[in-house]
Design a protein around this ligand. Structure first.
Ligand code: NAD
Length: 300
């Protein structure tokens, strides 16, 4: 007998982001009463079209929340030293509680060297080794925005993590690796048994079929399909893949999961677009407000 299809639930990011922003509005007001406006400095090097869109979205989100945000634009052929000097100036600038460098950087610039130059107290992307080290330890620090947003989605929709087998596809420093640490952590949002798959994992289906919770962050459109899953799995699709088409825009966005084939098998899934995407900028705002509060607390 074929099993009855499961009514797959969509885990939309917008209501989660809205709830977090409501909580942040109160915290921003309290800071403003003390004469502090949380501020973000974004650095954009070169003309990468996707990066320009991301930076504009971040500026807009900060403006709507009543926070300060400025973008510092450097030409694509700027020497590394110029970028490092800008970061040092921003580290000292009291208007900015958070600094982010939009990635990817041009090839002649050493990304690690640049990220390491940001003061850990202003590293609202959570990419500095001090913050990544704290994350591994389970100590308070800045959690990278996308993994942090994923935890918030799981919490909001009461998707259990504790005791389950979480399988992550992708080992990047900004998504897969931090999530590995967070989901396995002895904490309210952790306590899973975690498997991390990557491009050198043979036959990922052997692992995905064992997943109670599957996080797909490979950047490969449609990598995961229904035949690779166990019934009742909860899925977080992190992928944002641009597929060229005949539409006016010239492309559409898909995730790493073949959505139609997992419908009826998965218990739940974050849609693409509209799932994890809306969370990333919200958590950047969250980290920047926290950075401003931390500074205020350390001075009072
Ligand atoms: P990345 O390219 O740095 O890493 C991709 C990872 O996937 C690598 O570790 C690689 O080993 C693994 N991988 C690639 N092909 C694989 C395969 N066939 N089988 C198993 N593993 C494979 O990417 P990233 O920066 O971590 O981003 C991943 C995806 O998430 C991209 O589509 C990106 O656009 C998206 N993303 C979305 C958000 C968001 O806000 N929703 C934020 C960050 C990244």
């Amino acid at each position: 007998m074929t099993p009855r299809p499961i009514p797959t639930i969509l885990l939309a990011g917008k209501p989660v982001a809205a709830e977090i922003k409501t909580g942040l509005a109160q915290r921003i007001n309290e800071l403003k009463e003390q004469g502090i406006t949380p501020g973000l400095a974004a650095i954009l090097v070169g003309e990468n079209p996707a990066s320009q869109i991301y930076v504009r979205s971040k500026e807009k989100a900060f403006r709507i929340a009543g926070c300060h945000s400025e973008t510092f634009r450097l030409s694509g052929d700027s020497p590394e030293a110029k970028l490092l000097k800008l970061i040092e100036d921003l580290n000292r600038d009291p208007r900015f509680h958070g600094i982010l460098v939009q990635l990817p950087l041009p090839d002649h610039i050493d990304t690690k060297k640049v990220l390491y130059r940001i003061l850990p107290e202003k590293d609202v992307d959570g990419f500095h080794p001090v913050n990544l080290g704290k994350l591994l330890e389970g100590a308070p620090g800045f959690i990278p925005c996308t993994p942090h947003g994923i935890l918030k989605i799981l919490e909001y929709y009461k998707i259990s993590v504790k005791g389950r087998h979480a399988v992550i596809i992708g080992r990047s420093n900004i998504v897969g690796k931090p999530l590995f640490a967070l989901l396995s952590q002895k904490s309210k949002t952790g306590n899973a048994t975690v498997t991390l798959c990557h491009s050198a994992t043979p036959e990922i289906a052997r692992f995905t079929r064992q997943a109670d919770l599957l996080i797909a962050a490979s950047g490969v459109p449609g990598l995961i399909n229904g035949s690779m899953l166990k019934a009742g799995v909860d899925i977080v699709d992190v992928g944002i893949n641009r597929i060229a088409d005949d539409s006016a825009k010239g492309y559409h966005i898909t995730g790493d999961v073949d959505f139609e084939s997992v419908r009826g098998i998965a218990n739940s899934i974050t849609p693409v677009p509209g799932g994890v995407g809306p969370m990333t900028i919200t958590m950047l705002l969250y980290n920047t407000v926290t950075a401003a509060e931390n500074l205020f607390d350390s001075q009072n």
